[in-house]
Design a protein around this ligand. Structure first.
Ligand code: ATP
Ligand code: MG
Ligand code: FE
Length: 338
């Protein structure tokens, strides 16, 4: 079954073709990062308009790249939520219109299920069950994943998401949006251990997180060292990243211990962070656990993860009625097995 995937929940238009037997045939992405950078964050209306411009040309590009024709597509998967309502509406309406024209079934995919399953696109995918760390711009969750649609939430952030903390810390340090890659680059110039920042909730005994206090600690530190030199900025970035990574890695190891599972699966934009990957790999190796990641480009938003999650849920694909709605707020725990 050949599935076209369409992602448009935020500031990336992602298109992909996934074949249930042959795997990923092609994918393309347009990131709006440059467009939003001058505003320091995503402007929803601009995002929607840009998705309209990009979606069809990208679809043509992916078809060409895959050596497939429009008529070869057998189902269409699109991100139905959560995300920006206007942005979701663009992808959803394009998906349903195409499906109407081509007489195809559609599946509305949960964006976080897309992220969560993205490591399964790689060679040597992890078998179920496993512990999943979902660390993105909007979420920081630890789950026990028993299978598709079997997601038990074990821990969550009580305030900011990890990616959001990277983005806000970057803003404090006058770094460009999005903050994660910028902090990570700058941190390499920083002196490890020059500053020590708190590790919020590291000993809380549960699997929850809190990142807003860490951001405040960064603010206080920055205020104490005005005017900020490049070296001090790099030292702060280094200390912030070390604290965030330490908390994330510690909680993942606790989750593996608690669930007695041996596999950890990491996804979401912050999962691209080099320090996080190396901390997780080291901690896991010491304890005999295995860690799985998506390739770097599939950590952040993309169409491949949506096409893949859609392919896993084809039983729910709906023929006929092309009425549509989006779900800007949608809890992952509402999903059930296909
Ligand atoms: P959600 O999926 O929760 O709705 P989102 O789609 O905005 O949120 P992603 O696209 O998965 O999130 O990831 C974007 C986030 O990842 C941003 O906060 C960005 O700063 C962060 N990020 C990207 N690369 C890195 C990196 N190398 N290190 C740390 N953070 C990073
Ligand atoms: Mg994005
Ligand atoms: Fe995302």
């Amino acid at each position: 079954m050949l599935v076209l995937g369409i992602e448009s929940s935020c500031d990336e238009t992602g298109i992909a073709l996934y074949h249930s037997e042959q795997g990923l045939l092609g994918h393309a992405l347009h990131s709006q990062i440059k467009m939003h950078a001058e505003y320091g964050g995503v402007v929803p209306e601009l995002a929607s308009r840009d998705h309209i411009r990009r979606a069809l040309p990208l679809t043509e590009q992916v078809l060409k790249q895959s050596g497939a024709k429009l008529d070869d597509i057998e189902a269409i998967a699109y991100t139905q939520g959560p995300g920006l309502a206007g942005a979701l509406l663009v992808g959803t309406s394009i998906a349903e219109s195409l499906a109407f024209a081509l007489n195809l079934p559609t599946v509305g995919v949960h964006h976080l299920e897309g992220h969560l399953l993205s490591p399964l696109l790689e060679e040597n995918p992890p078998p179920f069950p496993f512990v999943a760390l979902l660390v993105s711009g909007g979420h920081t969750q630890i789950m026990r994943v028993g299978g598709i649609g079997d997601y038990e939430l074990l821990g969550d952030t009580l305030d900011d998401a990890a990616g959001e903390a990277f983005d806000k810390t970057a803003k404090l340090l006058d770094l460009p949006y999005p903050g994660g890659p910028a902090i990570s680059r700058l941190a390499e110039q920083g002196r490890p251990g020059h500053f020590k920042l708190p590790r919020p909730m590291i000993n809380s005994g549960d699997l929850n997180f809190s990142f807003s206090g860490l951001k405040t600690a960064v603010l206080t530190l920055a205020m104490q060292h005005q005017p900020l030199t490049e070296q001090i900025k790099a030292d702060i970035a280094n200390a912030f990243q070390a604290a965030a990574v330490d908390v994330l890695a510690t909680k993942c190891m606790n989750a593996l211990k608690q669930t007695k599972l041996k596999r950890l699966v990491v996804s979401g934009g912050v999962g691209a962070n080099k320090q996080l990957r190396s901390a997780l790999n080291q901690a896991a190796e010491r304890r005999g656990y295995e860690v799985f990641y998506p390739r770097l480009e599939f950590c952040t938003d993309n169409g491949a993860m949506i096409a893949f999650a859609g392919a896993m849920r084809l039983k729910h694909a709906q023929p006929g009625n092309h009425a549509f709605s989006v779900r800007p707020r949608w809890d992952l725990s509402e999903l059930t097995a296909p």
